[in-house]
Write a protein that binds this ligand. Structure first.
Ligand code: ATP
Ligand code: LTN
Length: 331
């Protein structure tokens, strides 16, 4: 039996990038790996590394929980919980901060990009974020961590931190493996295909949220930036915008890039985009219907309570052992 662990920040509305890069993969893995355990959480402690409005954060935390289930995760086989309800995440995060170097944190692109732009709103928790993320994973002895491509670097650092700790204190943490999907790992902004699609992005035309209605989805795909070549061809260098749409198409339909290019090579962008919008609507509208059922029901709280209980048991035991290893406290 293997343990699979991953998290999502409740920052903005979940995007198509979060679905295709992460949640869709969780659902697929759960169907394929019948004997494995799934620990999935809502990373609200990570969310406050940037300013959040308290009542909106609380609402989004439940929204993400409901969306996990609406997208098809099996509630019986998922330990679904809220990160801040398990205080050991923060506790282990602090210990791991003492096992990671400033130079390593400075190299993390998520931090570096902001720093390079002379962003003066970088908090110290944004800087130490990767230590908390390592704690989220190492606390549960995760074997696998399914994430989108942007998290690869954080996963590598998690592995380095675990190995360093094991080396100094003797073997204690399992060194986890990232799982990055072949397609859909990096969905780009629809207006600026050089940037990843992000929920904290200012221009809503650049991203599709899991809450967008049919009209909005169609409009956003229609106005997605392409090029003036006018030929359906998969060329991520010269036709970046189109390549991104082809990737989305492939990820959403499970067709290969070649199959899509062959099917559409003799038609213009207009028909391709109309078909893509239809495929997205077919996938997203049923998810929204399920989300509305779940968010109204009391069951969501029951699931989160049960998740908290199971996660707490693991985290508590691991943390006790960890403190003993490090020499903290009396015994
Ligand atoms: P933000 O956009 O607010 O910076 P985020 O969406 O990158 O946040 P999370 O919500 O925590 O951050 O991401 C959850 C998961 O979704 C992660 O595994 C991440 O790699 C994946 N993900 C996020 N954006 C994309 C994207 N554009 N393409 C593919 N996967 C993505
Ligand atoms: N850092 C991730 C979210 C995240 C996560 C995790 C993912 C926090 N803790 C643990 C996998 C495992 C992000 O910004 N997308």
């Amino acid at each position: 039996m293997k343990r699979i662990v991953s998290g999502i920040k409740p920052t903005g509305s979940l995007t198509l990038g979060n679905y295709l890069g992460a949640i869709k993969q969780f659902v697929k893995l759960q169907k394929e790996r019948k004997n494995d355990e799934f620990f999935l959480f809502i990373a609200d402690l990570h969310a406050i590394t940037t300013r959040q409005v308290p009542h909106e954060l609380r609402k989004r935390t439940l929204d993400v929980a409901a969306m996990y289930l609406a997208c098809g995760l099996d509630k019986e086989r998922t330990t679904l919980f809220i990160q801040s309800e398990i205080h050991e995440h923060a506790e282990l995060g602090y210990i791991l901060q003492s096992n990671v170097y400033m130079g390593e944190l400075e190299r993390m692109t998520q931090y570096k990009d902001k720093n390079d732009k002379n962003d003066t709103s970088i908090t110290s928790s944004l800087f130490t974020y990767p230590a908390l993320m390592a704690a989220d994973i190492l606390l549960y002895d995760a074997d696998y961590v399914p994430v989108g491509d942007d998290q690869k670097q954080h996963l590598e650092l998690t592995r380095d931190i675990a190995a360093r700790f094991n080396n100094y204190y003797s073997n204690f943490f399992k060194v986890p493996e990232p799982l990055i999907p072949e397609v859909g790992a990096r969905i780009m902004d629809l207006q600026n295909p050089d940037k990843k699609m992000s929920k904290s992005e200012n221009n809503p035309k650049g991203y599709i949220t899991l809450f967008d209605d049919e009209k909005t989805i169609t409009k956003k795909i229609k106005s997605a930036k392409t090029d003036s070549l006018g030929v359906i061809n998969y060329d991520p260098v010269n036709q970046k915008g189109l390549a991104n749409l082809i990737n989305i198409f492939a990820s959403v339909t499970d067709l290969s890039i070649n199959e899509i290019v062959n099917k559409y090579k003799n038609v213009g962008y207009k028909i391709f985009k109309e078909d893509l919008a239809k495929k997205l609507v077919d996938v997203l509208i049923p998810i929204q219907e399920k989300y509305h059922e779940i968010i109204k029901s009391n069951e969501l709280h029951e699931i989160l309570n049960k998740g908290r209980e199971i996660a707490n048991r693991y985290a508590n035991l691991k943390m006790k052992k960890c403190k003993r290893k490090v020499g903290l406290g009396r015994k």
